[in-house]
Design a binder for this molecule. Structure first.
Ligand code: ADP
Ligand code: MG
Ligand code: MG
Length: 214
C-alpha cells in the first residue's frame, strides 16, 4: 500500500509541474502587477525540484510520507522567494502528518495532511485570511476537506467541493489589498488582480486531484 501511495504521489507531483509550466507566464504576469514578477518561475523551479526528489525517493523504495518529506525539503531549497520557503514548509508538515497516523481512511488522512500544511504556512508566514496571500485559498480548501471528512462525504466529492471553494476564494482575492509580502507597498495597484499565490495554490491542488484519480 505504501509503495502504491508513493507512485500516486510521484504522478501527482509530475502533473503539478506540468500544470505550473503551462501557468508560468500567467502567474508571472499576476505577480508583476504589484510584486516582482517571479512567482511563475519560482513555482516551476520549486515543484520541479520537489518532483525530482520524490521520484528519487520512491525509486529508493521509500513510502509516500518519506517521499513527500524529501519533496518539501527540495522545494524549500531550490524554489527561491517567499512562496518557495512557505510551500517547502507546508509540504514538509503535510508529510509529517501523513506519516504520523496511517490508520485513518484516505479522506481523513488527506484532510489532516492538508490542515498540517496550511497551519505550517500560517505559522511561518504570519498571514491571516484576508491578507491577500495563498492562505486565502488554502484555508477554505483545508476547511472544506475537514468538514467533508467529519460528515463522511466520499473522497471525490469532498476534493471537488474543496477545489471549488479554493478556486472561488482565489478569484475573490482580486477585491483585497495585500497586507503582507512584496506586493504590500503597491497594495492599491494590486486591487482588481487576484493574488498569484492563491491562484497557484488552487492550480496545484487541482493538478494533484486530476493525477490522483487517473
Ligand atoms: P516573492 O514575493 O518573494 O517574489 P513569490 O512571488 O514566489 O515570492 O510569491 C508571492 C506569493 O507568496 C504571494 O502572492 C502570496 O500568495 C505569498 N506570500 C507572500 N508572503 C506571504 C506570507 N507572509 N504568508 C503567506 N503567503 C505569502
Ligand atoms: Mg514574486
Ligand atoms: Mg521574488
Amino acid at each position: 500500500a505504501d509503495a502504491a501511495e508513493a507512485i500516486v504521489l510521484v504522478a501527482a507531483l509530475q502533473r503539478v509541474v506540468a500544470v505550473l509550466g503551462e501557468l508560468e507566464g500567467e502567474l508571472g504576469r499576476l505577480d508583476a502587477v504589484a510584486g516582482d514578477g517571479d512567482h511563475g518561475r519560482g513555482m516551476v523551479r520549486g515543484a520541479g525540484a520537489a518532483s525530482d526528489a520524490a521520484t528519487a525517493s520512491a525509486d529508493a523504495g521509500h513510502g509516500a510520507a518519506a517521499c513527500l518529506r524529501d519533496a518539501g525539503q527540495a522545494w524549500a531549497d531550490r524554489a527561491g522567494g517567499t512562496s518557495g520557503v512557505l510551500w517547502g514548509a507546508g509540504v514538509s508538515a503535510a508529510a509529517d502528518a501523513l506519516g504520523a497516523r496511517p490508520a485513518a481512511d484516505p479522506l481523513t488522512r488527506a484532510a489532516r495532511a492538508v490542515r498540517a500544511g496550511v497551519d505550517a504556512v500560517a505559522a511561518l508566514g504570519g498571514a491571516r485570511p484576508g491578507d491577500k496571500t495563498m492562505l486565502d485559498a488554502a484555508e477554505p480548501f483545508a476547511g472544506e476537506l475537514e468538514r467533508a471528512a467529519a460528515a463522511g462525504v466520499p473522497l471525490d466529492v469532498a476534493w471537488r467541493d474543496a477545489l471549488a471553494a479554493a478556486d472561488a476564494a482565489a478569484s475573490a482575492t482580486a477585491g483585497l489589498r495585500p497586507r503582507l509580502g512584496r506586493a504590500r507597498p503597491l497594495a492599491e495597484r494590486s486591487v482588481g488582480t487576484p493574488d498569484p499565490g492563491a491562484v497557484s495554490f488552487a492550480a496545484v491542488l487541482t493538478a494533484v486531484w486530476s493525477a490522483a484519480r487517473a
